[in-house]
Design a protein around this ligand. Sequence first.
Ligand code: F6P
Length: 324
Amino acid sequence: IKKIAVMTSGGDAPGMNAAIRSVVRACAYYRVSCVGIYRGYEGLIEGDFIELTARSVNNIINKGGTILKSARSKEFRTKEGRAKAYEHLKENDIEAMVVIGGDGSFTGAVIFNEEYKFPVIGIPGTIDNDIFGTTHTLGYDTALNTAVEAIDKIRDTASSHNRLFFVEVMGRDAGFIALNAGVGAGAEEILIPEEDLGLDRMLESLKKSRRTGKSSSIVVVAEGDKSGKNVYELAKYVEENLPEYDVRVSVLGHMQRGGSPSCFDRVLASRLGVKSVELLLDGKTNLMVGLKNNEVISTSIAEAIKGGHSINQELLRVSDIMTT
Ligand code: F6P
């Protein structure tokens, strides 16, 4: 292989730039050319490429977002779109590709590989941490820290006014951010998509808090929570059932995707970037690199997409005990 392309695709995540840097520098180390593809599969379809040398990625390890920009491409879901993409790769003598993204981006990579036998390696980059085959996705650790910092601030005002706050965090269909940020920020209750704890339980817990002398509380709600109510409806429900509570809602939103990556995410990105290039140079394809027991491993991309995710039951139990 003489030329490798790298792209970021799907929702951006802190650490993507560090991963781009790592792929580019590993290519330079092994004397392979590297091309950046702008805006994920959209840029691939349009042939929006840039030559990247070791010096092109100076001073980006600490930057949030992605210098290559990102997109969720509808056109790449069509055969015609993928055909255009393949033409651009061929025209530019690109022989393999590293895709930094989440499961949507990996699904595209698998289909593309099936159709054109084009070598591809995935690096899991999403704040949601919802990918099988790695204990951590890029950006998850930073997003957790961002969420905890924001909830700490909400706690200050909640406690000054004796209020109950419902804080919605991101995670799409996964409760990793909610559960971990909730435990880390000392939330009273944590509502996640994986477990329906029931609304009665929440009311009971809040009643008990009042009885036992808590004057303010924080309930962390994952955006994909399965209680059947969104965060505003949950707040209304509690207001109606427990009028003694002064309730407010705060939706953290996209601020969780921004900011300088944590040291953990930078190190992870550096390790995964190198591994992805080494796998391609080793003739491997259709693999996703990831972390398990602090070792860099690889899983078939198809398995990573299908594998699903499970929530840490021990952490749920800890959260429960903490509300005593
Ligand atoms: O996958 C990352 C994520 O931030 C999810 O947590 C969230 O559900 C989604 O992306 C939001 O997508 P968009 O930025 O396209 O609104």
